[in-house]
Design a binder for this molecule. Structure first.
Ligand SMILES: *Cc1c(COP(=O)(O)O)cnc(C)c1O
Length: 393
């Protein structure tokens, strides 16, 4: 039976308004790092997440690279990072000659504040206002906090720990645009806006897309302006080409912003659809023995970017990889959660602190179709197959 194919996370693009914007770029010649759509898109994103200003860059990875540099990460220092995430959250640490140290996640999939604190307290010491790793005698400059799948990391506790242990906080909010606190100390605050700096991504599979692209925000204007400066080749004098520092060619393109300025207007409606589909899945999946649709944290409005199914072979009869293959056979695209970063070849010799929960989830999580243009019929088709493939155990 030839089923229609259901993708995992498909861009949701309204062609007409974007075509008009692109036409304007092409006809006017503003196709590169200048043009009106860039400040327009930056302004809209800043307003949406409730900050004064945002800096558009060519990718989330570029944004993370610049942000780490601006936060002062240097050669032979260390940065605390999660292991259960996409590798782009960690690679930029190495671009600066620093070394990542891996910390486990908790049941939110985000970095575990308990282990983070334990690591700082037991494995490190503060000397002259810097945190040192006792084992390596290196300064630990910062912690990268990823809002995994659009869930919110525990920012209250993480920021407390960071203050206590002299760490800068970089929020990798590349998956978390639109996620916000609905209660607690940070009520109303959006993912990306609570740490020292935050970065969003507009890659094709993210909640809104510009093909590729990213944006940096910070509550510290000096840091933000520094990021802006470095992203345009650190031009001290743009007319006479004077450069006092090494910069990057990371500025967002007007072509990218031409997509973004329409996408951001539709973000709330995307989130609405994602929440509706999540709830439709949830009721059905939690009734299938051995499968659980992992909930988002309480006290937040999550953007519901990615949906995660916990597959317990003892009860369901298939493990996540066996289930993935069966779903592929009926044209339903799913994805195993990422390979743990501390086990990837470039990082096998880096320190990894007490990994447990990440390993548990790595073995059992499958991401199922979650696009913001997924129809209820698509959701029901996936549910039907999940029921059908349940084995008697
Ligand atoms: C997508 C993503 C990035 C990188 O963003 P790009 O825009 O693709 O460079 C970084 N970190 C995480 C956790 C991501 O999911």
């Amino acid at each position: 039976m030839g089923n229609k194919s259901i993708g995992l996370s498909i861009p949701n693009i309204e062609v007409e308004p974007i075509l008009n914007n692109l036409k304007e770029c092409l006809e006017s010649g503003w196709i590169s790092t200048g043009g009106r759509f860039i400040p327009e898109f930056e302004g809209k994103v800043a307003k949406y997440v409730g900050v004064k200003e945002a800096v558009g860059v060519q990718s989330g990875t570029a944004g993370l690279h610049v942000a780490l540099r601006v936060l002062g990460v240097k050669k032979d220092e260390e940065v605390l990072v999660p292991t259960l995430t996409f590798i782009a959250a960690v690679n930029p640490v190495t671009y600066l000659g620093a070394e990542p140290v891996f910390i486990d996640c908790d049941k939110s999939f985000c970095i575990d504040p308990i282990k983070l604190e334990e690591f700082c307290a037991k494995e490190c010491e503060i000397r002259e206002d810097y945190l040192y790793n006792k084992k390596t005698n290196r300064i630990i400059r910062a912690v990268v906090v990823v809002h995994v799948f659009g869930n919110m990391a525990d920012m209250e506790r993480i920021i407390e720990i960071a203050r206590k242990y002299k760490l800068k906080v970089l929020e990798d909010a590349t998956e978390g645009l639109g996620t916000k606190y609905t209660e607690g100390k940070y009520v109303g605050k959006y993912a990306g806006t609570m740490g020292d700096m935050g970065v969003f991504s507009f890659n094709a599979n993210k909640i809104i897309t510009t093909g590729g692209g990213g944006m940096i925000v910070s509550s510290n204007d000096e840091l933000l302006q520094k990021a802006r400066f470095l992203s345009v080749q650190a031009k001290t004098d743009p007319l006479y080409f004077i450069h006092d520092e090494i910069g990057y060619n990371y500025r967002m393109l007007n072509l990218q912003a031409a997509l973004g300025t329409d996408q951001i207007d539709r973000l709330e409606s995307f989130i609405e659809t994602k929440i509706k589909n999540f709830n439709r899945y949830k009721e059905a999946i939690d009734n299938i023995e051995g499968l659980t649709l992992v909930p988002f944290n309480d006290g937040i409005r999550a953007n519901h970017w990615f949906y995660s199914v916990l597959v317990e072979k003892e009860k369901y009869g298939l493990n996540k990889d066996e289930l993935l293959r069966k779903l592929v056979d009926c044209n339903i695209q799913t994805r195993p959660i990422w390979g743990l970063i501390h086990e990837q070849k470039p990082f096998v010799n880096n320190e990894a602190y007490k990994m447990e929960t990440s390993i548990y989830y790595h073995e059992r999580i499958l991401n199922i179709p979650c696009s913001s243009n997924l129809s209820e019929e698509d959701v029901d088709m996936v549910i039907e197959k999940l029921k059908e493939f349940k084995q008697n155990v």
